[in-house]
Design a binder for this molecule. Sequence first.
Ligand code: ADP
Ligand code: MG
Length: 269
Amino acid sequence: MKTILYLTDLYFEANGRNYYEEDLFITSKLREHFNILIGNPQQAIAFLNKADLIVFRNTGAVIGYQEYFDGFVKAVQKQNINIFNSFDGKADIKGKQYLLDLMNTEYPVIPTVEHIKEIDTLGDSKKYIVKIKNGADSIGMEILTKEEILKAKPEGKLIQPFLDFEYEVSFYYLDDKFQYALYAPQKEKRWDLQEYDATPEDLDFAKQFIQWNNIKTGITRVDACRMKDGSLLLVELEDLNPFLSIELLSEEKRNSFMDNWVAVLKKLT
Ligand SMILES: Nc1ncnc2c1ncn2[C@@H]1O[C@H](COP(=O)(O)OP(=O)(O)O)[C@@H](O)[C@H]1O
Ligand SMILES: [Mg+2]
């Protein structure tokens, strides 16, 4: 049996989600196929060479240990370590800069600017949302009026109109293959998710971001919001450590996802 070093922060407190429960389930399945070592992402550098493959999972917002994480990424790249997700994404793994990149190339993303002087290009909005450029898990997110933003002069942040969307929906991909979709029917309950039947149009929407990012291997979550006119806009492209909400799937979907994942991991080892 090959060995996997499974990196996760079992005690990370995430709004509305129990990371460790997902990890208990996943590792219980993976151990049927691999020897499993479980490690903390903030102690991983010492163990880089202890496994055939590293699986980077529910490791929390890396902004909490940015320096260590940057060192980890460097070491992985330098030593050519076998890792899943591969660290070659252009999206969330690098912070939220990709929203600006995608905006500038006219992908359907929530309108986003970096500088106050560009705020008028976002159109008139009662409220705006200001996000830290390398934040996650809603850390440092503020909802402000234009006047408040002009006063606060945010730096290193992104500004978006605060949108009155209908609901949020997430599309989960394994490499470039769609696996399942979940949505939050109640807006204020972001993590009360239910299974969602993705239409071919939805998948065309999601796939363009997977193709743009073009990572070697990994699980990517495409988070989108459904606007009142029926269109979708990208909220987030999570290509580092997307929470999978795996316990919310039907047993059949969950098992088929796990089978697909095991097959990918086996190919990598
Ligand atoms: N422009 C926006 N308008 C309205 N709500 C938003 C907007 N951007 C984000 N949100 C809400 O905030 C949540 C977190 O935002 P997101 O961009 O995913 O940041 P994080 O990296 O913190 O997850 C989203 O899931 C959504 O509910
Ligand atoms: Mg998010």
